[in-house]
Design a protein around this ligand. Structure first.
Ligand SMILES: Cc1cc2nc3c(=O)[nH]c(=O)nc-3n(C[C@H](O)[C@H](O)[C@H](O)COP(=O)(O)OP(=O)(O)OC[C@H]3O[C@@H](n4cnc5c(N)ncnc54)[C@H](O)[C@@H]3O)c2cc1C
Length: 404
């Protein structure tokens, strides 16, 4: 029996505890209430769910106990996320940056004062955070960023522009990268700051997505003052700090998403077998059945990939290019999956509920979730960048094309 399986069996009592807690605390009608709800209602619901999940420590299972988190082991977190996904409970999407990036960054690079100021506020559910890394012209090539921070005594003055900042309009704080030494080599002149978004000189402009919603924003910074105590890590050492932020994204989120997809497939299958007003049943179409089989196999393959990766981490193995492989595989599969939902739903896909809805970014409608699925192939490093990483670091292929 694999070590992973043994560990999971040992955790059966914990699994039952989580299952029971979810039965008693997740409102049965949350999907109906949230389907098509406006942003204000969505945010209020996220805050309520965050605080509810905090009661047994499930909102921040990976946070150390000394800082008020759940302090769960890695294996316990796997069980927790599996159970949350199994019942399709809402994902704490609004708190993603606060729970993962802020923790991963400040735990290693923050000062004690920064941790004391922000950790309790994050865990109270009051503080939403956003990430201000990307700029026009600096996304994949983040090190080219141009937003400028100049030191003036006990503070910095910042000027520049950020873009694609998810939920900045709802956030109080932003993790900001700015250039403090324009003469140094690209990665050597960047510093990392905590920016209070209520500081004068900040203008937010929402970006309209093709789904019609506006989850991200441009941020314009015009002579914005940041106290020097908000610098994270050394001045000009921000690139290294940013690596801590980016690697904290690679948590267990894909495990949860893979589980949700498995549950979603059951809904899709049931829908394909439903007779339409025309008398047609999509499932009777050979091509639809072929695509269903394909997606089903790929969902299983994704779960195997994720389990393999988790087993390696549980054994204390090093993390290689696997997160890139999983990210690439998941995002492309999500696109195929939601596209199939649209195809099977036909015109009804505009309003047919998809089970993927677990957070603010998914609407619960196949069509909108298909449109949004494209975002996954870009955010957190585009598919092309993941392929580059796999080719160069995993397969050791040369950077330049081979010549005959
Ligand atoms: C849903 C979503 C949420 C986001 N949230 C945030 C956020 O909160 N904060 C934040 O700072 N940023 C955020 N981003 C921005 C995200 O990090 C960038 O979009 C991403 O890094 C790509 O950068 P870019 O948009 O500038 O595209 P570019 O880097 O300009 O890329 C354009 C195209 O060229 C390709 N390309 C670029 N370089 C290479 C290369 N070397 N080899 C092969 N192909 C290449 C890319 O794959 C892409 O197809 C978010 C993006 C999305 C989609």
């Amino acid at each position: 029996m694999s070590e992973m399986l043994q560990e999971m069996q040992r955790l059966e009592p914990f699994r039952r505890e989580v299952r029971e807690w979810l039965v008693h605390n997740l409102p049965d009608d949350w999907r109906e209430r949230m389907l098509g709800a406006d942003e204000e209602a969505g945010v209020a619901f996220q805050k309520w769910w965050f605080r509810k999940l905090m009661e047994p420590g499930y909102a921040a299972p990976h946070w150390p106990k000394e800082w008020g988190g759940g302090g769960l082991s890695f294996a316990e977190q796997i069980v927790l996320y599996e159970e949350i996904a199994r019942v399709g409970a809402p994902r704490l999407i609004l708190y993603f940056v606060a729970l993962h990036h802020v923790l991963g960054t400040l735990l290693h690079w923050g000062t004690d004062e920064q941790r004391k100021r922000h950790f309790p506020a994050v865990l109270s559910g009051d503080e939403i955070w956003c990430q201000g890394f990307s700029e026009p012209g600096a996304g994949s090539d983040l090190a080219s960023l141009r937003c400028r921070a100049e030191r003036r005594g006990d503070h910095y003055v910042v000027n520049g522009q950020k873009t694609w900042s998810s939920n900045a309009h709802l956030a109080r704080y932003c993790l900001l990268l700015a250039r403090t030494d324009p003469d140094a080599p690209k990665t050597k002149g960047i510093s990392y700051f905590i920016l209070d978004l209520q500081t004068p000189g900040i203008t937010l402009r929402p970006i309209k997505q093709m789904t019609g919603a506006s989850h991200f924003n441009e941020i314009f910074l015009d002579d914005v003052v940041i106290p020097a105590k908000n610098l994270v890590g050394p001045e000009n050492g921000g690139w290294q700090v940013a690596q801590a932020t980016l690697s904290s994204e690679r948590g267990l989120s894909v495990l949860e998403l893979a589980e949700r997809m498995r549950e979603g497939f059951k809904l899709l299958l049931a829908d394909a077998q439903r007779s339409r007003a025309s008398g047609k049943v999509p499932y009777e179409d050979d091509e639809i059945r072929r695509q269903l089989v394909n997606v089903h196999i790929r969902i299983d393959a994704l779960r195997l990939l994720v389990n393999d990766q988790l087993s390696a981490v549980l054994r204390g193995g090093a993390v290689g290019v696997e997160p890139s492989i999983i990210k690439l595989y998941y995002s492309e599969l999500l696109r195929e999956f939601t596209q199939l939902g649209v195809e099977i739903g036909g015109i009804d896909a505009q309003y047919l509920q998809a089970v993927l809805m677990g957070g603010a970014n998914e609407t619960g409608y196949w069509m909108q979730d298909f449109l949004y699925s494209w975002a996954w192939t870009i955010s957190g490093g585009s598919s092309e960048i993941q392929r580059n990483i796999i080719a160069e670091r995993g397969l050791k292929l040369p950077r330049e094309p081979l010549t005959a």
